[in-house]
Structure formats: structure tokens, C-alpha cells
Ligand binder design. Sequence first.
Ligand SMILES: [Zn+2]
Length: 287
Amino acid sequence: MPGISGLPVVDHHCHLSTVGEGAAAAARFRAAGGTHLFLATQNYEGVVPTDLEAYRRQFETTERIAQQVRSVAGVTVYVVVAPYPIDLVHAAPTLGLEAASTLQTAALDLAGRWVRERRAVAIGEVGWPHFPVPAEIDGACRSAFRHALEVAREADCPAVVHSPDLDAEGWAELERLAKAVGVPARRVVKHYARARRPTTADGSVVPSYLARRQLVGEVLHDPGPWFLETDFLDDPARPGAVLDLTTVPRRAEAIARSSTAAADALATPFVRGIQEVYRLTPELSDR
Ligand SMILES: [Zn+2]
């Protein structure tokens, strides 16, 4: 029976592939009690996009998968699109850094258009590499990320951030950058957060926590907004590389069974956080 304690059950970040399970994974999510997915785009063609048309195709594929998931699995899907920030690193050797940066910027602008046209609810993943890169590349990635925040500001939408794990200074730095660009920190989500955010003060960037049992237990009663995600990759070549798509509903069910207070706390990631950050209300009747 999908839905737990009358709440929607939401995985805030996953990918589905055209060569993996696709909508069948969403059907497993639904069978486990899941109701809503934030579906982030990804490179489906196995090569780094080298022109804007490739990004348009990519976003359209994400939209098509989202439609399949809605009709096949009966799960509500929110689409999130942007050029993957690491694409810039991989496109630079072939295109040259300047052309690669121009492409990244144009693809970010395209993502902003999708949000304005309501084909997507946020831009993501945007950010910077989670591994060391040469200074020149790093500079280009930082500029692209700044542009991404500008796009989020102009489209008035959240930015879902891919970055290395952040320490307290890293979170603060991201908050300062958002402020400098004019995006409320509350509209900036650090996805794949693997440790509890150091501050829960107002004006903090929003963590989307990897739904590991211990971490969820640590953060469950933190004031929101915060989210739970699997970052499910749906990559047949790497089964089990990340959490399975059934993790959030399974975790939610165990929490809901443990106590009423714990069950109530699930409204933070599954309802209130989405209202605060996305200005959307996930309804069970959406399905
Ligand atoms: Zn991701």
C-alpha cells in the first residue's frame, strides 16, 4: 500500500536510464511504498555532449522517461535538468576550454528555459568536480557554477548542487556564493550529503541526505528543510554501486513503525521541505 502514515514518500534525487531498468525500477519503488520521485537528467548516450542539440535530446529523454514512470508505475515525477558539471572537464580536451565553457553556459540557459516552461522544477545537477582538476579547468567550472546560480535566480527555481563532500567551511562558502549571486540559500540544495549538515540555522543551504540508516537516524528530528535521496543510477554495469531505489520507502516504513514522533518527522523531507524549497505540495492524490 503506497504512502506511509498518509504522507507522500519522496526520493529527492535519482536517475533512470534508457538501458537500465527505467520505469520498472520506479514500479519497484511504488511497490515498496514510494510515491514521488525527483528525476535528474543524465548523459544517456555514453559520450559527452559536444553541442547544444545533444543536451536538448538528453533533456527530452529525461522527460520521456518521466512520462513512462507516471503512466507505468503511477509515481509522480518532478524533472530536474542541467548539463552535468563534469561534462565541462571532459569536453574541454576536444572542444577547447573556451568552447566547452560556452556550451556549458548555453546548456544551463536551456535548463532555465525548461524551468520557465514548467518542463522541469529545478536545475541540477550543477556544481563543480568532486575530484581534483587543473586550476584552469577548476576556474572554468566555478564560473559555470556561478552562471548556474544566476540561471536559478532568473528562473526563480532551486539549484541542485553536485560537489565534493562539504565541511563546515564548504557549506558556509556555498551559502556566501548563493547570497552574492542573489539566490536564497533555501533554494540551493546540496545533493548526496553523506554527513549531517553542521548548522541548521536559518539561511543554510539545504542538504539532501543519502538515505543510509544511521545518517537518517541522526538527522530525523533536525529542523527542515532537508531531503532524503538514493542517487540511484540505474546503471546495469554497476548494480549495487549506489542505494537501491526502494531504500527511501523502506527506510520511511521502518521509521514510521518506530514511533509516532518519528513518523511525524517524515513530514519534513516529504512535505514541508518540498513546499519550502520547491513551492510545491506533493499530494497523494497526484498519482
Ligand atoms: Zn545524481
